[in-house]
Design a protein around this ligand. Structure first.
Ligand SMILES: *[C@@H]1O[C@H](CO)[C@@H](O)[C@H](O)[C@H]1NC(C)=O
Ligand SMILES: *[C@@H]1O[C@H](CO)[C@@H](O)[C@H](O)[C@H]1NC(C)=O
Ligand SMILES: *[C@@H]1O[C@H](CO)[C@@H](O)[C@H](O)[C@H]1NC(C)=O
Ligand SMILES: *[C@@H]1O[C@H](CO)[C@@H](O)[C@H](O)[C@H]1NC(C)=O
Ligand SMILES: *[C@@H]1O[C@H](CO)[C@@H](O)[C@H](O)[C@H]1NC(C)=O
Ligand SMILES: *[C@@H]1O[C@H](CO)[C@@H](O)[C@H](O)[C@H]1NC(C)=O
Ligand SMILES: *[C@@H]1O[C@H](CO)[C@@H](O)[C@H](O)[C@H]1NC(C)=O
Ligand SMILES: *[C@@H]1O[C@H](CO)[C@@H](O)[C@H](O)[C@H]1NC(C)=O
Ligand SMILES: *[C@@H]1O[C@H](CO)[C@@H](O)[C@H](O)[C@H]1NC(C)=O
Ligand SMILES: *[C@@H]1O[C@H](CO)[C@@H](O)[C@H](O)[C@H]1NC(C)=O
Length: 353
């Protein structure tokens, strides 16, 4: 009890209004310190965070566990402007932070690394700048890191991929540079890896084949070079592979042997050469196949007619030749077909659009 009192007194030195926060626990005090940094806060929130309470457990955006520890802090889409202060680090029991779709700016506070119980951190769709702090590696229970649609920069820290249960990594639409960390699969739990629309360079690491649970790999719209690693063949659970808009070259791996679950394969606007592998016809779940704007040659393999789920087939602007196979006419789900800017002959199969 004595300790607790000392602790509270210590916190009071931070607080602007000693009277108003009398009795409020330290998590509540930390939240009020965060609030003070926000320049625009909706009335519902400002009035709903009642400083006369003893805990913040009934406050808008806060949920507590049975011991009155704040475990969830969710103010997604509250039109909040301002900075996220280091006081967030005092909320040590938080498992969820969702401040997505606001107008937060400034750096990600290093103190987030002190929220050691965090499972889900979603700060997407704000205007955060600066780098991902290295001490995010202390978030040993983190399973989802969602930072897409900000203005973050610098390299993606390798240390993130030492977090044992990290499953969801959404970093798309930022200014990240450097290469895709080669240790991305060290823990083998990553399921979604979205890196679209950054400034990543270098190659797709061969070690990507160790991410046995990977469902989505989407590094489209970067400056990646080199070839598609053969190890992609190991990814039995892969559903979407999107590498559009990079500078990848070499050929399309001859068989995505384990492509039964593959729904989307997007390789457009790169520098791929060689033939379209007939083995793609074995990817029976394929709905989207985009190979346009490359240097692919040879014929369109009739085996593509086996991809019964195919809805979108985009092969335009390559060096494909020969007759358009009749088998494409069997694709009853096809609703988009673009074959222009090739050397193809014959009739475009009748499809219902
Ligand atoms: C804040 O809580 C006090 C005491 O529980 C209550 O009297 C007061 O009406 C509350 N204020 C608001 C704005 O809800
Ligand atoms: C936060 O709240 C929004 C709106 O209620 C909800 O859609 C979202 O799933 C919540 N976030 C988390 C991480 O639970
Ligand atoms: C975070 O933890 C470090 C090391 O334990 C400590 O020095 C720092 O004061 C903490 N910051 C906050 C905001 O809790
Ligand atoms: C994220 O950014 C991209 C590119 O600027 C934009 O197209 C997309 O709509 C944004 N997403 C959200 C959810 O704001
Ligand atoms: C990445 O960008 C940072 C600035 O954000 C710069 O200091 C660094 O040199 C860049 N690294 C690479 C590999 O381009
Ligand atoms: C990961 O992949 C690389 C390259 O494919 C391989 O050499 C390495 O042994 C793999 N590591 C694990 C832990 O499977
Ligand atoms: C791929 O591009 C690199 C340069 O980025 C080049 O050295 C290599 O020969 C190219 N490979 C193929 C198969 O075109
Ligand atoms: C490539 O990027 C441009 C500009 O961001 C975009 O308009 C285009 O749709 C992208 N192409 C593909 C194939 O994704
Ligand atoms: C594609 O490869 C060819 C031949 O290697 C090369 O001349 C060309 O510059 C490459 N284009 C791009 C966009 O990388
Ligand atoms: C497609 O799958 C069948 C049955 O597993 C196999 O015999 C055939 O070789 C595969 N085709 C290609 C081109 O990989």
């Amino acid at each position: 009890m004595k300790f607790r009192l000392c602790h509270l007194l210590l916190l009071f030195t931070f607080s602007a209004s000693l009277h108003a926060v009398f009795g409020l626990n330290n998590e509540g005090v930390a939240l009020l310190s965060l609030l003070r940094r926000w320049t625009s806060v909706p009335y519902s929130l400002r009035s709903g965070w009642n400083t006369s309470d003893s805990t913040p457990c009934n406050w808008v955006g806060i949920e507590c566990d049975s011991k009155n520890n704040a475990v969830s802090f969710n103010l997604s889409s509250y039109a909040i402007s301002g900075q996220l202060g280091p006081e967030i680090g005092h909320l040590r029991e938080l498992e969820i932070i969702d401040l997505s779709s606001n107008d937060f700016s400034g750096n990600l506070p290093e103190a987030l690394g002190n929220c050691s119980a965090l499972k889900c951190l979603d700060l997407s769709c704000n205007r955060f700048t600066g780098q991902i702090p290295d001490n995010f590696k202390h978030l040993q229970f983190l399973s989802a890191l969602v930072l897409n649609n900000n203005s973050l920069e610098g390299e993606i820290p390798e240390s993130l991929f030492q977090i044992p249960g990290l499953q969801v990594v959404l970093l798309h639409f930022n200014y990240f540079n450097g290469s895709i960390p080669s240790n991305v699969c060290d823990m083998g739990e990553v399921e979604l890896l979205w890196l679209s629309g950054n400034r990543l360079s270098g190659t797709i690491p061969e070690s990507i084949g160790n991410c046995s649970k990977l469902q989505v790999l989407s590094p489209d719209g970067n400056n990646l070079v080199g070839v598609l690693p053969e190890s992609l063949n190991n990814l039995k659970n892969l559903e979407y592979l999107n590498v559009n808009n990079n500078s990848l070259n070499g050929s399309i791996p001859s068989s995505f042997r384990n492509c039964k679950n593959l729904k989307g394969l997007s390789l457009s606007h790169n520098n791929f050469s060689g033939k379209i592998p007939p083995g793609l016809g074995n990817c029976s779940s394929l709905r989207l196949l985009e190979l346009s704007e490359n240097r692919l040659s040879g014929k369109i393999p009739p085996e593509l007619g086996k991809c019964k789920s195919l809805e979108i087939l985009s092969l335009w602007k390559n060096q494909l030749e020969g007759r358009i196979p009749d088998e494409l006419g069997m694709l009853s789900n096809l609703r988009y077909l673009k074959l222009s800017f090739n050397n193809l002959s014959g009739e475009i199969p009748h499809i219902k659009l």
